[in-house]
Every structure is written in C-alpha cells, then in structure tokens.
Design a protein around this ligand. Structure first.
Ligand SMILES: Nc1ncnc2c1ncn2[C@@H]1O[C@H](COP(=O)(O)OP(=O)(O)OP(=O)(O)O)[C@@H](O)[C@H]1O
Ligand SMILES: [Mg+2]
Length: 745
C-alpha cells in the first residue's frame, strides 16, 4: 500500500537478518522508535511528518518528531572521542551516511569500541562491537540523543502569567543583549543634559570657543552611538517578540488540538477563537510595555542620583509629583478594570455573532434571516459601544487629575528652580537648571509608566483569564500519546455502560450490555435521541467519562492509545467536512504515504469513481470552500472513500446515507456490503430497509438496549423493532400506492 507499510512488511520478512530490502529511511525511523521505547515512549512511524524537502530525515527533524510526541530529544554532532565516552547513556541513534541509522547501546572506551544494535532486530539480538575505523566509514558524527520523557506537567502546565514569563525568560541571550543595550542607552542619555549644562555655564558665560568645539565633537560621537544602540535595541526586541510569537502560536495550536471534542461541542466556535487570540494581548504586553517600563527603570536608577546631586529640593519635588500621579492611577485600577472586563465580554459576544453569521451564511441567506441577524448585531454593537464609552469616560478621570502634576514636572519645576537660583539657596546654576529640566521628564515617565502598567495589568489579567478558559481545559494529550497500541481486529463489547453528557443529568446510556465478534455488520436503530450516536462516540473515545467497561478485542478502551484507536476507525457522519483542496487531497486528507492507486481504489470502493472521472480535472478537481461545487451525495461518497483508504478494521457510519437520494443510497449500500468484508461495521440508520442484511441489529430505546439480533428474529420478538418496521413499510407502501394513484389519475 503505502511506502512505509510496504517496508514494514519487508521488515517482518527480514526478521532473519537480511535488511537489504528495507529503505534506509525506514531503518532510521525504526531506530528512533526503538530509542524512544527505551524511555517508555511509543512512537508510531505513521505520525512522522518529515520535511518534504528532505530526502532523508535530519537529526533536527527527528528530534522535532520525538519532541512533538512527548519526549525530549536533541540532534547533535559529536566526534568519536566524545561518543566513546558516552558509556552511561540511553540508546543513541547514530545517523549513517547511507541515510539509515544504527542504535548505539553502549560504549567501552578502554577497548575503543561502541556497541551497536540493528534497529530492525529485537531486544534479544546481541549488540556488535564496532571500532573507530569501521564506524568512521559510515558515520560522520550526527547523532540523535533522546534524553527522557517530557515532564507531562511541562506541556500541560496551565498557561498563566508564570508560564508566559518563563517562556520570555527562556530567551536568555536576546534578553541579555537588550538589557545591555538599554543600560548603555540610559547612561548615554545623561550626557546631553550634562553637556548642555557645560555649554550654558562655560561656553556662554565665559565665551570659550575651544570648549565648544570639543563639546560638539563629543555630542556628535555620543549621538552616533545612541542612534546605533537604539537601532540595535529595536532590532533585538523584534527578534525576541518574533521568536516568542512563533513558540506561542505553535504551543497554542497544539493545546487547541489536544482539547477533547466535547469541549468544542459545548462552546461556541466564535467565542473559542476570540478567547484564544486574547493570549496575544498578553504577549504584546509582556514584550512591549512591561519590558519598556522595566528597562526605563534603569534610566531611573542612573538618573536619580544626578538629579539629587544637582538639586535635592527639585529632585524631591519631581519624585513626589510623579508618586502622586502613580497614586491616582492605582486608585482607579479597580473601577477601570471592572468596566474593561465588561467591555471585553461584550466585544467577544459581538464577534461570535459575526463568526456565526459568516459560518452559517447559507442558512442565514436561505431562510432570509438577514434582518434578524442585523438586529442582533445592532444590539450587541450598542452594548459594546456602551461599555467602550463607559471605559473611556472613567479612564478620562485619572488622566485629567494627573495632568496638573504632569505640568508641574515639566513647567513648574523651572519656576521653582529659577526662584531657587535667584534667591541663591541651593547653589543652582542656570546650566544645572536646564539639565534638570531635560532629565526631570525622564524620571517622571518611568514612574508614571509603572503606575499605568498596573492599569494595563487589568486588561492583561482579563485576557489571560479568557485564554486560560480555553487553553487550560483538561486535554487529551496523555491519552493521545500514551497507552497501548494493540492490533485491532474489531470485536466489540459493552459491559454495564452508563453515561450522561457533562452538564446534563439525564442518562444518555443506561446499563448498555452487548457483544459482537470481529467482522460483524452491526446495525443500530431506535428513535431519535435513543442514544445511537452516543454509542458510536464512546467507541471513538470522544467521551471517556462513562462507567462500566467498553472493550475492543477484550482490551479496555481506556487503556488504548487514543490516536491509535481513532486511526483504527473509519468514520462517516451525516454531514462531513471537506477541506479546501483537490479531490485527491480530500481522500488522503493529508495523511502521508498514499499513492494515487490507493486513492482510486478507495474511490471505487465508495462508489465515487464514476462521478470523479466525469469531473473536469478528475482527481485533481478542486473542491471549493463549503464544497459548493459538488452535490451532497457526492460529498458523502468522498467521505466514505476518505474513511476506507486507510483500511480501518472498524467502520462507523452514522446516518451516512440519510441525506442521499434513493439512487445514491442504493449505490452506497451495495458498496457497503463490499466494504464490510473483513471489518466490523457499525451502521446507524433510520431506514431499516438498508439494515436488513446486517448480521446483528441493536435496537435502542431511551438509552437502553431493547434487543439485539438479526432482522427476522427481531421482527418476531421485538415489539419496538416491529413497530418501527411497520411504520416505515406502511409509509413506503402508502406512498407508492399514492404515486400509482396519482399516475393513474
Ligand atoms: N453533546 C450533547 N450534550 C448533551 N446531551 C446530548 C449531547 N448529544 C446528545 N445528547 C443527548 O443524549 C441523548 C442521546 O443522543 P444521541 O445523539 O445518542 O441520539 P441518537 O439516537 O443518535 O438520535 P438521532 O437518531 O436523532 O441522531 C439525547 O437525549 C440527547 O439529548
Ligand atoms: Mg444520532
């Protein structure tokens, strides 16, 4: 089938030792899998999504793979001397020049050998000693070192301020450079005022040309440095924020994908999006205002002594005024914060209207709901505007109240200073007064900045809370990466399964007990809301909070790795999402390793071949957003093809054919018989006639199993089934009777 699987088979055949037919890349991947297994990490080669540019995966790419799936790994380049001394290390993957790899399981520096094991061999294979000369012919120093399992708390740690701060602080090098640049800048900033002081006192008062020339030279040099350094600081800050953003968005998306389906069903999509992006506000704050203010503090530390040196009276006045401004801001933090939170809520409510309207535009248009939506939008906008206005009004107060103090710092000080100079108290020269003026402003801004920072903290805290409400939900990460990966054949059993959806106290499933062997075609019938879809959802591990046991081939479902479980299933729902892309892309759904032959085979199985071939570009036909250019029946058949291409041992079809016209339905049903060979099928359908050929039919009633058996048996003994059957058949009978009457008339 696909490249990897073929090679897998070859591996099985070559267990005796001939590894000649296995592709080097596969050997390399297997070596990584073996090294990871040493730490208890079960990797799946199918998860490896290598860089398509690379022919053989590099240590860096492999390290990313391991890191993504819960390990801590690092690609390195070492020499023999280094390698042979790694005696106590876990297995190390040595990248060989032919693109394959070897597994180093030990080293003996005194004998000058390392012990290598064939990655394809088992644990029992004895390792071979290899010396420097032999190894150097095939190995150029690239290794992959898998150190340990990632601490679960690290990737699952709540995304709060601490977490973000840690992430920022991890950029030690950038931070250090920025700090250095800022401190130097702070010191440089002192010089111009001091020079002004000199110019006024010496040059102007004593008419000294020589001093002016040297001062000019100094000014030019310092200005040049200042320009250079501030350029550097901006550049460094830019690099820092970009790096943090990259890391943040990767993490964000991983976290979002790891959230259980249940969460997305419970929450409005628009709200989730609004909340998640709030984290960027926090990042903005951390690398923007927070950092600037922090760095400005240095300026303060450097400048304050100078101010006190020039005139302690004026210095105290400046500090006091700045302190008062801070106090005003702090007083207003509470009220502003409360209103800000309301504004943010209103904003988010409004964006979810926008999102819903765009996402559901078909329904909006076809039901002519525009006026209703517009009305809703208006109401929400009014709410947003109201809080925005309120927030603006209240923040206007601290600004107004602190303005006189601000003015005092910038203008009043000169008057006081002039007075001090005139009366001669405090020995203040004219030059010093000017220098003071220039520096005083620099003191006030960090101090008031600090206070405003507290103000911003409100906004940031709200944003962080919103983002955390989504991102700190319990994830499925553990279940997705841990657990067993047994060979799945498809025998199902439910033992005393009880389940209710979170937030509802009615039981969706009640004491469900049944069992079917592998390869069964199981039909699920029952009235709407009787729990049919719930059964299929439990099977896929969507909800795991059930009581009782659910077993797959006798293995408790909770023990099975969730990714492995879901990969073993092919699922077709009533309404399937097709991605933007070609038909071929949609059938493979981006999973690597499928050839066009696999795609055609799957399409044929799903009965989709004929219409695909009639399409203008065949398998390369582009599917538009919202699958506007294909019909509902065609979409269903594509979804079936997408499900069968990976040859799953279990298929779930939940009302997969309900939306189809009778002709397409008959076509799909005929194919289902073929698809069902060699796998377990669970088919939910309202049309009992399409389930007549099922091996077993499970009848559900209000979350309980009413009966299970083949069609004929159920018709005999199950009243509910008989009623449903009669209803439907009388219905079709009367309809056909009606039609023949109509035709007759
Ligand atoms: N996400 C959910 N949250 C809360 N309750 C739910 C959820 N999904 C289903 N239910 C409830 O669980 C019960 C069983 O629903 P289920 O979807 O399994 O029914 P069904 O047999 O598939 O019905 P239908 O034939 O209409 O698809 C219903 O009473 C329903 O109200
Ligand atoms: Mg259903």
């Amino acid at each position: 089938m696909d490249r990897l699987d073929q090679s897998e088979n070859a591996t099985g055949a070559s267990a005796g030792g001939t590894t000649g037919r296995v592709s080097p890349v596969l050997i390399r991947l297997r070596a990584v899998v073996a090294a990871a297994r040493h730490h208890g990490l079960e990797l799946d080669i199918r998860d490896f999504a290598g860089d398509s540019e690379e022919k053989t995966p590099s240590p860096a790419t492999l390290a990313r793979w391991v890191n993504d799936f819960g390990g801590v790994a690092k690609g390195m380049n070492v020499n023999w001397r280094h390698l042979v001394r790694m005696t106590n290390s876990p297995p190390i993957v040595l990248m060989l020049s032919d693109g394959s790899a070897a597994l180093m399981v030990g080293a003996a520096p005194e004998r000058g050998v390392v012990w290598l094991r064939d990655p394809l061999g088992g644990e029992a294979d004895p390792p071979l000693p290899v010396d420097e000369l032999r190894l150097s012919q095939v190995w150029k120093g690239d290794i992959l070192l898998i150190k340990r399992l990632r601490n679960q708390s690290e990737s699952d740690a709540p995304m709060n301020a601490m977490w973000l701060a840690k992430m920022v602080l991890r950029e030690k090098k950038s931070l250090r450079d920025i700090l250095f640049a800022s401190m130097t800048l702070s010191i440089l900033q002192i010089f111009p005022p001091l020079l002004v002081m000199q110019v006024v006192d010496k040059v102007v008062n004593q008419h000294s040309m020589a001093t002016l020339v040297s001062i000019t030279a100094i000014v030019v040099v310092f200005s040049f440095y200042e320009i250079l350094l501030s350029y550097g600081r901006r550049e460094l800050t830019l690099v820092l924020t970009t790096r943090i953003d990259t890391r943040l968005s990767l993490h964000l998306f991983n976290r979002l994908l790891a959230l259980p389906l249940e969460f997305f069903e419970r929450e409005q999509a628009g709200k989730i999006l609004g909340r998640v992006v709030a984290i960027y506000k926090v990042r903005d704050f951390m690398t923007g205002k927070l950092m600037t203010t922090f760095l400005d503090m240095f300026t303060l530390v450097v400048i304050l002594p100078f101010l006190f040196y020039m005139s302690s009276t004026l210095a105290w006045m400046t500090v006091a005024a700045a302190g008062l401004i801070g106090l005003i801001v702090v007083i207003f933090i509470g009220p502003v914060g409360r209103i800000y939170q309301k504004q943010m809520r209103a904003d988010m409510d409004r964006s979810s209207i926008l999102y819903e309207t765009v996402a559901g535009i078909r329904t909006v248009k076809t039901l002519a709901l525009e006026p209703a939506r517009k009305q809703e939008w208006d109401v929400r906008t009014a709410e947003v505007v109201r809080w925005k206005l309120a927030a603006g009004r209240i923040t206007n107060w601290p600004v107004t109240l602190s303005q006189p103090l601000d003015m005092f710092i910038s203008r009043g000080i000169i008057l006081v200073g002039a007075y001090l100079a005139l009366t001669g108290s405090g020995s203040l020269t004219a030059g010093a007064l000017m220098a003071f003026m220039m520096l005083g402003g620099r003191v006030a801004s960090p101090l008031t900045g600090l206070a405003k920072l507290l103000d911003d903290l409100n906004e940031v805290r709200t944003s962080l809370g919103e983002a955390g409400a989504v991102l700190n939900q319990p994830t499925e990460t553990k279940a997705l990466t841990m657990g067993m990966r047994p060979q799945i054949k498809g025998a199902l059993s439910f033992i005393d399964v009880n389940f209710s959806y979170p937030g509802s106290n009615a039981r969706a499933l009640q004491d469900v007990n049944f069992e079917v062997p592998a390869g069964t075609m199981l039909g699920l019938v029952g009235r709407s809301g009787s729990g049919k879809s719930t059964i299929t959802r439990l099977l896929q591990g969507v909800s795991r909070s059930y009581s009782g046991y659910l077993k797959l081939d006798g293995v408790d479902l909770r023990e099975i790795n969730l990714t492995h479980l879901r990969r073993s299933f092919g699922v077709v729902l009533q309404d399937n999402f097709l991605f933007r892309g070609t038909i071929k892309d949609n059938i493979t759904a981006g999973r690597p390793g499928f050839t066009i032959d696999d795609v055609v085979r799957a399409a044929r199985m799903a009965g989709a071949e004929e219409f695909i071939e009639r399409m203008p570009a065949g398998y390369d036909t582009f599917i538009e957003e919202g699958s506007t250019n294909i019909s509902g029946g065609q979409r269903q058949r594509l979804a079936i093809a997408r499900a069968v291409i990976s040859d799953p041992k279990l298929m779930i079809l939940d009302e997969a054919t309900s939306a189809l016209d009778p002709e397409s339905e008959a076509l799909v049903n005929a194919n289902l018989e073929r698809i069902g060979k060699g796998r377990t099928m669970v088919i939910v359908s309202h049309r009992l006639s399409s389930l007549v050929n099922c091996d077993q039919i499970l009848v559900m009633e209000r979350g309980q199993v009413a009966d299970i058996g083949p069609h004929e048996v159920l018709l005999e003994r199950c009243a509910i089934y008989r009623t449903l059957w009669m209803q439907q058949n009388r219905h079709t009978a009367s309809r056909s009777a009606g039609r023949s009457l109509a035709e007759g008339g």
